[in-house]
Design a protein around this ligand. Structure first.
Ligand code: ARG
Length: 461
């Protein structure tokens, strides 16, 4: 078992079947540079505690730098016999600095505290890339809102016409969940920025190494308070997988609307050619594949979270090899979002809205009925009665095959004496939208305030 991290008490090396099952280098090699960073920090801690001379420490750092260069240029790769990234890099280090010095680095650390630290570093780095990608998407949504300050559309509940709203209001409603995703990433980062390094296999170290020094060197805020928790907990990984899944769901809900808006029946949007696809048989087709992939991939992101939670359920403390299964799901979630977000942003940025079509449909389906009822309330009519009167007006319109905006004076009088001619003031989409001035409402002045607040919140992240 030449080159393995263990073997002293074994008469034979691992069987080929075990080696094939056990090997993780095909995915944990993504942590190679973090492993090197951890080793630099650990070498400092060993030197500070007197286990490496100044010369040895320097040679160690130089050797690790050489490995890092070779990882970056691709000349250093895991060998088929390497079990994991940690073993592969120890072997490579020995190749560079010799067995005497190379064999000293492993003192006071275990792969258990190493891997728990490295996965946090990896996720923290990628959380910053994700945050940047999310900000770009928010910017694209806000730009569309700004480009259509007065456009109206049918607001829906149960997918039925409900009340007219500003397009900008609706678009910003898709930006707010993304702002919260940014805030979730920030809150998560504070919890994730903890270093299990120094916890060893589970019980801590006898060597008097300084875990504060290691945490500081790795850019993490502090060492784990409990070496068992530090090596065995993966809630921080699961929480990241949840945030990734939530981002996917937030994209998916927007995607579903874009798919609907892009149908011939709706006709609200046209997709840019660069962000839509054709059909191999139907020459006329232009498909919203980015939106569909967002919807589809959100399922995969949920699966990654669910799979990881299933791995963690019922695991006794401390480290168990099951924990090796934490990485592929989150790595996949990150890779998925890193290709999805830029494409989704491009699609949103280049959407063309048919404002005339949306304006035509906005008052249809009696979507001004609530405005009539609330107008009556302002005239002193109890809401219960106002609701009845407005409902009766809808029925009268329905019978005549007209919309609320088409009612004449005679019909108003026939339905109720309370419906004086002044009610016409709210029987327009602009009147309806403009009067919804309550906090968070769709009135242009509120939407403008909301947009400013949203931008401020995005800046803070
Ligand atoms: N490859 C393992 C993981 O990803 C770390 C190694 C710990 N192995 C062990 N036998 N204690 O979790």
């Amino acid at each position: 078992n030449e080159g393995a991290l263990w073997g002293g008490r074994f008469a034979s090396g691992p069987s080929p079947e075990l080696a094939a099952l056990s090997r993780s280098t095909h995915f944990d090699w993504a942590l190679a540079l973090y492993d090197i960073a951890g080793s630099h920090a650990h070498a400092k801690a060993l030197a500070a505690a007197g286990y490496l001379t100044a010369d040895e420490e320097q040679a160690m750092h130089a050797g690790l730098d050489t490995l890092a260069e070779r990882i970056v240029d691709g000349t250093l790769q895991a060998a088929p016999g390497d079990e994991d990234v940690h073993g592969a890099l120890e072997q490579a280090l020995i190749g560079v600095v010799g067995p005497e010095l190379g064999g000293k680095l492993r003192a006071g650390r275990s792969r258990n505290d190493q891997i728990a630290t490295l996965v946090r570093m990896y996720l923290l780095d990628h959380s910053r890339t994700l945050a940047r990608d999310i900000v770009r998407l928010i910017d694209a949504i806000v730009a569309q809102a700004e480009a259509h300050p007065a456009a109206v559309m049918p607001g829906r509940t149960h997918l039925q016409h409900a009340q007219p709203v500003l397009l900008a209001h609706h678009l910003l409603a898709h930006a707010w969940p993304l702002v919260r995703d940014l805030e979730r990433l920030r809150d998560w980062s504070a919890r994730a920025s903890v270093s299990p390094y120094g916890g060893g296999a589970l019980a801590g170290s006898t060597l008097g190494l300084d875990p504060e020094l290691v945490a500081r060197e790795l850019g993490l805020s502090r060492p784990s308070e409990n070496s068992i928790d530090g090596t065995a907990a993966r809630d921080v990984v699961a929480e990241f997988a949840y945030i990734a899944a939530q981002i996917g769901i937030d994209l998916s809900r927007f995607a579903e609307e874009i798919i609907i808006w892009n149908t011939r029946e709706f006709g609200f949007v046209t997709l840019d050619d660069g962000y839509s696809t054709g059909s191999s048989i139907m020459p006329q087709k232009k498909n919203p594949d980015i939106a569909e992939l967002a919807r589809g991939k959100s399922g995969r992101l949920i699966g990654n979270l669910a799979g990881l939670l299933a791995t963690l359920k019922g695991l006794p403390l401390a480290y168990n090899r099951d924990l090796q299964e934490d990485k592929e799901p989150v790595f996949d979630s990150i890779a998925t979002l890193e290709v999805l977000l830029p494409a989704f942003t491009g699609m949103v940025a280049t959407l063309r809205f048919d404002a005339a079509r949306m304006a035509e449909l906005a008052p249809q389906g009696f979507s001004l009925a609530t405005d009539v009822a609330e107008w009556l309330v302002k005239q002193g009519v109890p809401f219960r009665d106002a609701h009845e009167i407005s409902g009766a007006l809808v029925t009268a319109c329905e019978q005549r095959g007209i919309e609320l905006s088409d009612v004449d004076d005679a019909l108003l009088a026939e339905v109720s004496p309370a419906l004086t001619l002044d009610v016409r003031g709210v029987l327009t989409v602009e009147g309806s939208v403009g009067s919804r001035t309550g906090v968070g409402g769709t009135a242009p002045v509120r939407v403008e305030e909301q947009r400013a607040e949203l931008i401020a919140r995005t800046q803070g992240v």
